[in-house]
Write a protein that binds this ligand. Structure first.
Ligand code: SF4
Ligand code: SF4
Length: 73
């Protein structure tokens, strides 16, 4: 039977790089990248390997920049 794992999609043009999601993620799988978005912010990127799909990042993001999915492994 397939086991579900998490996957997130971060809207880089909405993210302001506040790092709240980074602090919140229990798996420590989000970081700030080194590229700038069109507004001039460095934005959050995901290291997808450890995501469990808990949705904490999507709930806490003040800008609604993160969508969380559960996907079959
Ligand atoms: S869904 Fe949970 S584990 Fe996955 S990136 Fe967001 S906070 Fe981290
Ligand atoms: S909480 Fe939202 S706005 Fe802040 S760094 Fe994470 S994705 Fe970007």
């Amino acid at each position: 039977m397939a086991k579900a794992i998490g996957k997130i999609v971060i809207n880089s043009e909405v993210c302001k790089g506040c790092e709240v999601c980074i602090v919140t993620c229990p798996q420590k799988c989000i970081s700030i990248g080194d590229k700038l978005n069109m507004k001039g912010y460095t934005y959050a990127v995901q290291d997808a390997t450890n995501c469990v799909g808990c949705a904490s990042c999507g709930i806490i993001c003040p800008d609604g920049a993160i969508t969380v999915y559960k996907v079959a492994r």
